[in-house]
Design a protein around this ligand. Structure first.
Ligand SMILES: [Fe+2]
Ligand SMILES: [Fe+2]
Length: 311
């Protein structure tokens, strides 16, 4: 079969909703795009553990501590499924991890913002996991089989993350004046970075068109962002908080909320490594990797011993 015939066959499969599997022929760019996207997604899960792990020892009570530990542990699991899924495309976990540690690979910029108060942990669950779900539900139907299957379980867990965040903010919203202020302050800081999570506007997003054709993604950045804003406004009302955007207003004609201009300078600045915590996150991951060297070595020695015994 010629390359061209293979490409036609591939696109037919995609159009007919037949999943592409690891051993199937695929265009080089499809493979590259997926490796980049899935590994970035995996890195985001692993780095995303840091801002929340920061509060485990300071959770206000045992129940909140248990929930937070479970959530952070889920994120580690998400990272592992996703690394495994990317490995089926022919990259090793070590290569991916080295790209993260050297700063060559990107992860979601949202995790370069600090979690300053306990309300931030609720806001991360509500807004950050909430935005992530909008993005990830469509990925359960992505054209690459191993990625789609990993996403099904991830989405179920993300939905728990969003709910626990909202529930913890609901408790603050019924608390003292000080707690209400802390809640409003967290929402003020997390709102804009959360809606930036959907990435650049459609007319500036370079990878979007091919990804839609290949059904890696099925909805555009701007559509997903709009859905998130529409869903969040009512939830904010119940919490009694004001979303920090004076232009946020229901548009009867469009049937959607209008919202203000996103500060893309800030977005690109954080992507390029100049966010409030970029350096700290990279250092934390490198430290964990270096301090874990003995565990990796011991595991290898143990595996060798077992193999020799069996032989
Ligand atoms: Fe996750
Ligand atoms: Fe999550």
């Amino acid at each position: 079969m010629t390359q061209e015939q293979q490409e036609v066959l591939f696109q037919q499969k995609v159009d007919n909703e037949i999943k592409i599997e690891a051993r199937d022929w695929m265009p080089d760019d499809y493979r590259k795009t997926l490796i980049r996207q899935i590994s970035q997604h995996a890195h985001s899960e692993i780095v995303g553990m840091l801002p929340e792990g920061n509060w485990i020892t300071r959770a206000p009570n045992l129940r909140r501590k248990l929930i937070l530990i479970a959530k952070v542990q889920d994120e580690a699991g998400h990272g592992l499924y996703l690394y495994s899924s990317a490995e089926t495309l022919g990259i090793t976990r070590e290569e991916m991890y080295n790209q993260l540690l050297s700063g060559k690979a990107k992860y979601s910029s949202i995790f370069n913002y600090p979690t300053l108060t306990w309300a931030d942990i609720g806001a991360v669950g509500w807004l950050v996991d909430g935005a992530a779900i909008m993005n990830q539900v469509m990925l359960c139907r992505t054209s690459y089989g191993p990625y789609a299957r990993a996403m099904v379980r991830i989405c179920k867990e993300e939905s728990f993350h969003q709910r626990q965040g909202y529930e913890s903010l609901l408790a603050l919203s019924k608390g003292s004046e000080e707690q209400k202020e802390m809640l409003q302050d967290a929402v003020n800081r997390w709102w804009w970075p959360s809606i930036m999570m959907f990435g650049p506007s459609d007319n500036e997003s370079t990878n979007s068109e091919k990804s839609m054709l290949w059904k890696i993604k099925r909805q555009s950045n701007d559509d997903l962002r709009q859905r998130f804003v529409d869903a969040t406004v009512d939830q904010a009302r119940i919490l009694g908080v004001t979303l920090p955007d004076p232009k946020l207003k229901w548009n009867e004609e469009r049937g959607h909320y209008d919202f203000g201009e996103i500060d893309w300078t800030e977005f690109w600045n954080v992507v390029k490594g100049n966010g409030p915590c970029n350096k700290e996150r990279a250092e934390a991951r490198n430290k964990a990797w270096n301090e874990g060297a003995w565990v990796r070595e011991a595991a290898m020695v143990h595996a060798d011993k077992k193999k020799n015994k069996a032989a």
